[in-house]
Design a protein around this ligand. Structure first.
Ligand SMILES: C[S@@+](CC[C@H](N)C(=O)[O-])C[C@H]1O[C@@H](n2cnc3c(N)ncnc32)[C@H](O)[C@@H]1O
Length: 293
C-alpha cells in the first residue's frame, strides 16, 4: 500500500502542462535564463572533454545520443538540446571529424505533458527525438547508450519526502510548517539526507547508462554558502507565508491541521559547499568543472 501511495505522489511532480497562462511553458523564464547563462560553460565543457573518436568508439555511423532529464514541456529543453548539439558540432569540426546524426531523448515523469512537448518540437530541428517516461531516480536507458546527459532545474525535486517530517515522535516533525526554512535543524537535516541519497541514486543509474568518457552536465539550483536556512532561502519566505496561511485556514476550520502538518514541499536547495562534497565523493564520475552561474 505504502508503495502505491508513494508512486502516486511521485507522479504528481510534473509541471503544469499546456500553453495556458499558468503552464510551465509560459512560466519558466527564470529557468531558461540559467540554461542561457550556462551556454558558454557547456561549450567549454564539451570542447575540453568531448573527443568524438574516444566517446563514439563503437561505430561512427551510430547517432550521438543526448538525454535531457526532467525536460518538462519546453521550450527550455529545446534550447538546451540545441546548445549541446551546436557545441558538439563545433567540437567535431575542430577535430576535423564529420558530424554525425543526433538522437535526443526527452525524459520526465510519465504524468508530464509529452503531447505539448512533441507538438512544440522545433520544426527545423536537426535531430531525431523520442520521449522517455519515468523517474530519473531509476534506470531509464540501456547500458552504455548515452553520450551526453543534461539535466537542469530538476534535481532539486526529491524522490520522496523523508518520513520523519510527518512523524510526531521525531525531532524532525515539521509541525505547522511546509518547508525547511525557519524550521528546526532536524527538519533541514532530513531534507538534506534525502537529497544526498537521491543524488547518489541518480548518479548510480547514469553511471550504467553513459558510455565511457561520456559527459553529464547538471544545472542544480543551490543556495549560497552564507545563507542560513534557519533564517532564509530564496523562495523560502514564500513557502513560510503559504504555510502560515494554511495554518490560519486550519484555525478557521477550513482545512484540518493534520493535513497541514503532513504536507511538506518536496524540493531541496543544497549549500554549494555541500553539493560540491556530494558530487566529488561520487566514485563513478569525476567532476571536470563546477561553477556558479
Ligand atoms: C523546474 S522543471 C525544469 C524543466 C526544464 N529542465 C527547465 O530547465 O526548464 C523540473 C522538472 O523535473 C521533473 N522531475 C522532477 N522529478 C523527476 C524525476 N524523479 N524524474 C523525472 N523528472 C522529474 C519535473 O516533472 C519537472 O518537469
Amino acid at each position: 500500500m505504502e508503495n502505491e501511495s508513494n508512486k502516486a505522489f511521485l507522479e504528481s511532480y510534473a509541471m503544469k502542462g499546456g500553453e495556458g497562462p499558468h503552464s510551465y511553458a509560459q512560466n519558466s523564464n527564470f529557468q531558461r535564463s540559467a540554461i542561457e547563462a550556462a551556454k558558454k560553460l557547456l561549450q567549454g565543457a564539451i570542447a575540453d572533454n568531448f573527443d568524438l573518436k574516444i566517446i563514439c568508439v563503437a561505430s561512427t555511423t551510430n547517432p550521438i545520443c543526448i538525454a535531457d532529464l526532467g525536460c518538462s514541456t519546453g521550450p527550455n529543453t529545446f534550447i538546451a538540446a540545441q546548445n549541446i548539439m551546436e557545441a558538439i558540432e563545433l567540437q567535431c569540426k575542430s577535430q576535423k571529424q564529420s558530424v554525425q546524426e543526433f538522437f535526443v531523448f526527452f525524459n520526465d515523469q510519465a504524468s508530464n505533458d509529452f503531447n505539448t512537448l512533441f507538438q512544440k518540437l522545433p520544426p527545423n530541428k536537426k535531430y531525431f527525438a523520442a520521449g522517455v517516461p519515468g523517474s530519473f531516480y531509476g534506470r531509464l536507458f540501456p547500458r552504455q547508450s548515452l553520450h551526453v546527459v543534461h539535466s537542469s532545474a530538476s534535481l532539486s525535486w526529491l524522490s520522496k519526502l523523508p518520513k520523519e517530517l510527518t512523524d510526531r515522535s521525531c525531532d524532525a516533525w515539521n509541525k505547522g510548517k511546509i518547508y525547511y526554512t525557519n524550521a528546526p535543524k532536524e527538519v533541514e537535516d532530513a531534507y538534506k539526507s534525502q537529497f544526498k541519497m537521491d543524488l547518489e541514486t541518480f548518479l548510480q543509474a547514469r553511471a550504467q547508462e553513459v558510455v565511457g568518457n561520456g559527459i553529464v552536465i547538471l544545472l542544480i539550483p543551490a543556495a549560497h554558502d552564507v545563507i542560513d536556512f534557519s533564517v532564509d532561502l530564496y523562495g523560502g519566505k514564500d513557502y513560510e507565508l503559504l504555510g502560515s496561511c494554511l495554518m490560519d485556514m486550519a484555525k478557521l476550520g477550513l482545512v484540518s491541521e493534520e493535513k497541514v502538518d503532513t504536507f511538506n514541499v518536496p524540493t531541496y536547495f543544497p549549500h554549494v559547499k555541500d553539493l560540491k562534497k556530494m558530487l566529488e565523493s561520487n566514485e563513478d564520475f569525476s567532476v571536470e568543472k563546477m561553477e556558479l552561474i
